[in-house]
Design a protein around this ligand. Structure first.
Ligand code: DI6
Ligand code: FE
Length: 418
């Protein structure tokens, strides 16, 4: 008789939380639909997703240890990511909204000393507490609609002290709400009045003082530039990219929003993460983005609010396989709209994205635009357990209906926060 013992080894899993009776939109295969798993279960441990799949395929787990939640057939998606906002700012620009309705354009208002520069005045005059107080309701609105990660840009301080003040406030917000904040330094958003006739002098200040100080204090993850005829030209933009690279900050760009200056192609040369707005982007620009694996961040709120008529080149972005993210662009001038849910709807109605493309735009593709594509924006094993639970019967409802909040629960880092 031989003495070999054969055994089927079973591993018993020790999980913290287990959702049963749910449907998943995993958003794992960008561009290939929702990655649906119906009749599913999902397990969480130590802030990460540790198992997901058909409930019928659940492995052995230690039932006495795990907190089991009956999802009652609800849908789970990755926590939503708003990858482009300017949600910290002083004052508001309702007066300019009235001026635009009387026939003035956004550019004319900016050239006459209004626009971004008027928000700079209000932001400089505000204390950190005041900025925090005005930003919190905006962030709360996003959070209550299922947003777990938000990018916030500076750019209304335009001097070191006030840019740092904005970035500090952006960081503080995460102490008041369970939201992951990524900060972007947008010193080159507009020319401050004290540098009115000296744009190059201001760029030198941004490159030689502001970027080094902000990198040293770790106040931002990326650097952004408003490359536009009412913003900064290509040469000035390139100087900023060079400084960002030197200080190991990621690069993003506001480009081709109002005209085609070629800012996107320049950004591609610097391995930028994303080009944002891009209504006027050419096929050459799209190809450059594709070659550099950049993400196009589409901002339907600004398109709508400025009554833009030039659509972003969606067909070309599809043809050249460029990931499309969708964000609110929350800001006082071109998109005072704190609803990613409305952006999902507008991405479909105004830009003709499919609902699954739009949902990828606020999950896996938004994560990519922030350099987080290996930890956020997907329901995948090993990813952060940032999960939105929805009262819907199919994922397209998230894009279809607006004005009723379908969020049932929200999980950030494995903790249920709503
Ligand atoms: N483009 C925009 O749409 C926002 N910033 C930018 O560079 C607008 C910012 C504002 O008008 O306050
Ligand atoms: Fe913006």
């Amino acid at each position: 008789m031989n003495n070999t013992i054969t055994s089927t080894q079973t591993v018993t899993h020790h999980w913290q939380t287990l959702w049963l009776n749910v449907n998943l939109a995993t958003m794992t295969e960008a561009g290939a639909g929702y990655g649906e798993v119906t009749g599913a279960a999902l397990a969480i441990s130590a802030g990460k997703i540790v198992w997901l799949g058909k409930e019928a395929n659940l492995p052995e787990y230690k039932k006495s240890e795990v907190d089991i939640i009956d999802g009652q057939g609800r849908w789970l998606t990755p926590g939503l990511i708003d990858c482009h906002t300017h949600l910290v700012y002083g004052g508001n620009r309702a007066n300019e909204f009235e001026m635009r309705l009387q026939g003035k354009s956004y550019q004319e208002i900016a050239q006459a000393g209004g626009g971004i520069v008027s928000t700079v005045k209000a932001t400089r005059a505000a204390t950190e507490d005041e900025l925090l107080g005005s930003a919190l309701p905006r962030l709360t609105a996003l959070h209550q609609q299922g947003v777990t990660t938000v990018e916030i840009k500076s750019g209304y301080g335009l001097d070191l002290k006030n840019e740092m003040k904005m970035l500090n406030v952006a960081g503080e917000l995460a102490k008041h709400l369970p939201v992951t904040i990524k900060r972007t330094f947008l010193g080159a958003h507009a020319l401050p009045t004290e540098f009115k006739d000296d744009a190059d002098g201001y760029i030198a200040l941004v490159c030689h003082q502001m970027i080094p100080a902000i990198a040293k204090e770790k106040l931002a993850d990326s650097v952004d530039v408003f490359c536009e005829n009412i913003g900064f030209n290509l040469l000035q933009t390139e100087r900023i990219f060079t400084a960002a690279q030197q200080y190991k900050l990621a690069i993003k760009v506001h480009a081709e929003q109002l005209s085609d200056l070629g800012g996107t192609e320049l950004a591609a040369k610097y391995q930028a993460l994303s080009s944002e707005h891009v209504e006027f982007l050419s096929e050459q620009g799209v190809k450059a983005m594709s070659a550099a694996n950049m993400t196009a961040v589409l901002l339907p709120g600004a398109f709508y609010f400025l009554r833009e008529t030039q659509l972003p080149p969606i067909e070309l972005l599809r043809k050249h396989d460029v990931a499309m993210a969708i964000a609110t662009d929350v800001n006082p001038g071109s998109s005072p709209i704190c609803s990613l849910q409305l952006m999902l709807n507008m991405a479909c109605t105004l830009f003709k994205l499919t609902p699954s493309e739009a949902l990828a735009g606020v999950t896996c593709h938004a994560a990519k635009a922030l350099g987080l594509s290996t930890s956020k924006g997907q329901l995948s094993v090993g990813f952060d357990a940032d999960i939105a639970v929805w009262n819907i019967s199919q994922p397209a409802e998230l894009c279809y209906q607006f004005g009723v909040n379908p969020l049932s629960a929200l999980i950030q880092n494995g903790q249920q926060v709503i």
